[in-house]
Design a binder for this molecule. Structure first.
Ligand SMILES: CC(C)(COP(=O)(O)OP(=O)(O)OC[C@H]1O[C@@H](n2cnc3c(N)ncnc32)[C@H](O)[C@@H]1OP(=O)(O)O)[C@@H](O)C(=O)NCCC(=O)NCCS
Length: 474
């Protein structure tokens, strides 16, 4: 298994809890008082505020490069115009979370086994802690956060009624975004703002709302799954001894499937943040800059995630791969796969799961998910997983020959759906909802940072083509 090959230096932090867990039994682990996530954020706020103050004082007029017409006409690619604390995406080496690559994160972040639930992949709670504080949490801290999330995970009855009122034919992402926006009914930030809370304190109810929202996302997503597809635990019962995704997996009917549960943890942890400029993260930040509360801001992010060039791609990839499998059969030759790729391209469509706006190498998230597949016999032997992996070897050559995309390599969406499919979660229109649970653990921490840094409302300058011509022809 992948986890066995990873040297777990995290155990510096996690070992005591392992022993405790073993001694106490998985579901009855209790730890002496440990730092809460809110305490950990409060600790870093003064130094972050000081860092921003110094940057403004010392470098306010320093240039970060020129703006070209191609930037304005090309979706603002490459322009350094956003502050984002949690992660950085390098075009060659991929994503790092506070400086840690995915393999680095797998070495140091606590897993299920570290907190007394079965599983050797990163817990999304661990990633959330890292993204919010820049620090690797101890297993005890993650366990405490898991318990806090379980305690806050139940949906209010008004929200259950709202979700139940959606027609089954409404796309699951539209339902998800609507449900998240409705929780603004209970926003602590909105309530505090209307009472006149001081600007310096904005971050606190923003963090409270963010934790409440992250806690409730699994139950919202599971209720939508149950209503639309009739699968899973109809009442979204929460087990206080389970982690966030252990509970989610149970709610959607996979509680006894260790492989699927651990895959969901890995998938959700590594999809959490992809720096700030992607549509969902940027949207949460933009809407939040108007001081909309975390529910409204994240609901808007989900609507961006629902676009086919962004999160919806993982729904598209699988449909495309299955059509290919139907067309070329289970043991397709390289030549047949090439032909199918060309057929897709010649029909004017993109090859879903390939290309990226920033990356110029295979996506390390794709690599991490592929490695997960290599370590599990049930995935390694799956014909659809094998086909997807074979395509990932052949498509870069075809896309290079085609000559349009700047990055012919697979992105994360090329791998994510086939694993869900193999584990029996075959409802494609639901796949982006799982991505939507994940992106909250990256977008909401930045919203908290925006508030403790006192970031202003976002308001770039736009230009018409006439104004542009007038300026350029001067
Ligand atoms: C991700 C994506 C939206 C990035 O877009 P981008 O930054 O504009 O990408 P590029 O600069 O490389 O695009 C240049 C050209 O290559 C094309 N191209 C990019 N990826 C392609 C792909 N996978 N298949 C075919 N053509 C592709 C673009 O459509 C564009 O064509 P155009 O000049 O006719 O408009 C794009 O690669 C894509 O559509 N991929 C498929 C969908 C997908 O997997 N999305 C998930 C992303 S994580």
């Amino acid at each position: 298994m992948l986890s066995l090959s990873i040297p777990r230096v995290a155990l510096r932090a996690a070992a005591p809890s392992r022993q405790l867990a073993a001694a106490a039994g998985a579901s009855s682990v209790r730890f002496a008082s440990t730092k809460s996530l809110k305490d950990a954020v409060a600790e870093i706020v003064p130094e972050k505020q000081e860092q921003l103050k110094k940057l403004k004082a010392d470098y306010a007029d320093a240039s970060l490069g020129e703006i070209k017409v191609s930037n304005l006409l090309g979706g603002m690619r490459g322009l350094k115009v956003m502050l984002w604390e949690g992660s950085v995406l390098d075009s060659e080496t991929g994503i790092t979370f506070h400086g840690k690559s995915i393999p680095d994160s797998q070495k140091v972040l606590p897993t299920g086994n570290d907190i007394g639930v079965k599983g050797s992949e990163i817990l999304p709670e661990s990633m959330l802690w890292l993204l919010l504080t820049g620090k690797v949490p101890t297993a005890e801290e993650v366990k405490g956060l898991s318990q806090e999330l379980a305690a806050k995970g139940k949906l209010p009855s008004y929200l259950e009624k709202i979700i139940d009122s959606f027609p089954k034919t409404l796309h699951p992402m539209t339902q998800f975004a609507n449900a998240v926006a409705s929780l603004n009914h209970d926003s602590k930030f909105a309530a505090a703002y209307s009472k006149g809370i001081k600007k310096t304190e904005y971050w606190q109810p923003t963090l409270d709302d963010s934790i409440d929202l992250i806690a409730k996302l699994p139950a919202i997503a599971a209720r939508i799954y149950y209503n639309v597809f009739g699968r899973g635990d109809g009442n979204q019962a929460i087990d206080s001894g389970l982690d966030l995704i252990g509970n989610y997996s149970k709610m959607i009917g996979y509680g006894d499937n260790e492989g699927m549960t651990d895959y969901l943890r890995l998938y959700i942890a590594i999809h959490g943040d992809h720096e700030g400029g992607n549509v969902s993260a940027h949207t949460a930040h933009l809407v939040g800059s108007a001081l909309s509360d975390p529910y409204l801001s994240y609901s808007a992010a989900l609507l961006g995630l629902a676009g086919p060039l962004h999160g919806l791609a993982n729904q598209e990839v699988l449909g495309w791969a299955l059509s290919m499998q139907e067309a070329v059969g289970e043991n397709a030759s390289d030549e047949q796969i090439k032909e199918y790729l060309w057929k897709t391209l010649k029909s004017g469509r993109v090859v879903p799961g390939y290309g990226h706006a920033v990356l110029r190498q295979p996506d390390p998230r794709f690599t991490a998910l592929s490695k997960f597949c290599d370590t599990r016999p049930e995935l390694r032997d799956s014909s659809i997983v094998q086909l997807v992996q074979k395509v990932s070897q052949i498509a870069p050559g075809v896309l290079t020959e085609h000559g349009k995309t700047k990055n012919p390599f697979p992105n994360v969406d090329a791998a994510s759906g086939c694993v869900l499919y193999q584990y029996g979660l075959k409802e494609f229109t639901y796949y982006t909802v799982i991505f939507g649970i994940s992106r909250a653990i990256g977008a909401l921490p930045q919203l908290v940072a925006d508030r403790y840094l006192g970031m202003p409302i976002e308001r770039p300058k736009s230009m018409s083509m006439n104004a542009l011509e007038a300026l350029l022809k001067k």
